[in-house]
Design a protein. Structure first.
Length: 214
């Protein structure tokens, strides 16, 4: 990816109990173990909510979906953290409901450039928010040369054109953020022809600028 990275750092402080309460109308299983709140970086494990065949499950997966083979110069695949072009054949196989997930987030960062650090964003009214994600399970690849081939559950999230709040910092893109429970359910279950309509900027006024992650 050329240019400045798009949201390659975010923070999660939502408790596991809080997430369970958000989805109390669904069959829901927590398989994530003890989650520590804090910042998430590429290729690290992070919580996601995905389908388990009977309902939903909270698990940990590695941030970075498989890269298109055409962009790899070696056997190592560092993964793709965010996905914009959902019409690409490479991504199309993972856009059905079975591979969609919700990525809990309480704040996210965009780089200011020129070594100035990051600008952090959080929900304007502290409402729960999720990135619209996709995931794949049991993927074999070489993520780090020293580790050799590993088998991992992987995820990434969608991006879209930025709203004015994010665009002032990063004019190219922003994560697809869902704050309405109806949108959470639609992203997890609707045919993609309907779910893709959620790949849009968060409405103006939905985010606030913060100095530090929350």
């Amino acid at each position: 990816m050329r240019g400045r990275a798009i949201c390659n750092l975010y923070n999660v402080t939502t408790t596991q109990e809080a997430m369970r309460q958000l989805f109390r109308g669904f069959a829901y299983t927590d398989k994530a173990g003890n989650l520590e709140p804090g910042s998430i970086y590429p290729d690290r494990l992070a919580p996601i909510i995905r389908h388990d065949g009977q309902g939903l499950e909270l698990v940990r997966a590695r941030w970075g979906m498989p890269s298109p083979p055409s962009v790899l110069k070696t056997a190592r695949d560092p993964g793709v953290t965010n996905v914009r072009n959902t019409s690409s054949p490479h991504w199309r196989r993972w856009l059905g409901p079975a591979h969609r997930c919700l990525v809990p987030v309480t704040s996210f960062a965009e780089p200011l450039g020129s070594g100035k650090g990051n600008q952090w964003f959080a929900a304007a009214n502290d409402v729960p928010m999720f990135f619209a994600g996709i995931e794949v399970r049991g993927w074999q690849s070489v993520r780090k040369v020293k580790d050799g081939e590993t088998t991992d559950d992987l995820f990434a999230f969608l991006t879209t054109a930025p709203n004015a709040t994010v665009g002032a910092i990063h004019p190219k893109a922003m994560p697809v953020i869902l704050i309405d429970p109806k949108e959470w359910e639609e992203w997890l279950s609707a045919p993609f022809v309907e779910a893709v309509k959620l790949q849009r900027p968060l409405a103006e006024g939905g985010l606030r600028l913060i100095e530090h992650p929350v």
